[in-house]
Write a protein that binds this ligand. Structure first.
Ligand SMILES: [Fe+2]
Ligand SMILES: [Fe+2]
Length: 222
């Protein structure tokens, strides 16, 4: 099954531009999440249009507040009357709940399978991508931290909380491709000295090329 072309056109023209002033949650991130969500939708035989919508809308509320962005994004999806042309109210409810349950810091299992595939698609199982995104989020949300060491420590401890009781970075689904990415990432990340060197390289890059300043003063996502 392919994604409905009219739905795709609507999202590309009206939703994606809303991510223009987002940095760590910009289109690079959204496209990665779309790719993973569609992979998992296919693996679990789910509706690809629904998968495409949840991935496209999941972080849209980040200009309001980081701590409640999943609910802001869910509300936005629920209020978008254009989606009613393609989905019934039960499907919209499932998609809203999936978006609300996507955060990696969440301990409770997402309420439906779409929430599980979205949450797992949203993980950055690539240390360089994670370093880039996590440092930006830290700069934006923790202005009281001033040094690289302080930001790195906060980022590192935050990620460690995502390790579950089996000692693995938590996943709700069991697709072998995503599990393989997780395992490789685990090896990289749990080597703290290596992780720190990757983060430090990224820190120096954004500090010297003006990106750090833009993250704080220009980009709108928290
Ligand atoms: Fe998010
Ligand atoms: Fe995200």
């Amino acid at each position: 099954m392919a994604i409905n072309l009219d739905l795709k056109k609507y999202i590309e023209e009206k939703i994606f531009p809303k991510y223009e002033k987002y940095y760590s949650h910009g289109m690079l991130h959204i496209n990665n999440v779309i790719k993973n969500t569609l992979l998992l939708a296919e693996y679990y035989n789910l509706d690809e249009n629904m998968a495409y919508v949840i991935a496209s809308y999941h972080d849209i509320g980040l200009n309001v507040n980081r701590e409640t962005h999943e609910y802001e994004s869910g509300k936005f999806l629920d209020n978008d009357s254009e989606l009613k042309k393609y989905f019934n109210s039960e499907q919209i409810k499932i998609m809203k709940e999936a978006v609300e349950d996507h955060r990696g810091s969440r301990k409770e299992e997402p309420r439906n399978i779409y929430g599980k595939i979205l949450s797992d698609s949203d993980r950055d199982f690539d240390i360089e991508v994670l370093a880039k995104r996590q440092l930006a989020t830290s700069l934006k949300n923790y202005p009281e931290l001033t040094t690289f060491d302080e930001h790195f420590e906060r980022c590192y401890q935050y990620m460690l909380k995502r390790i579950n009781t089996s000692g693995k970075f938590n996943l709700w689904t069991n697709n072998p491709i995503i599990i393989e990415q997780r395992n490789k990432f685990e090896t990289d990340y749990l080597n703290k000295e290596f992780a720190k060197s990757v983060y430090e390289k990224e820190w120096n890059r954004i500090k010297n090329d003006g990106t750090m300043d833009k993250i704080i003063n220009y980009y709108e996502d928290y």
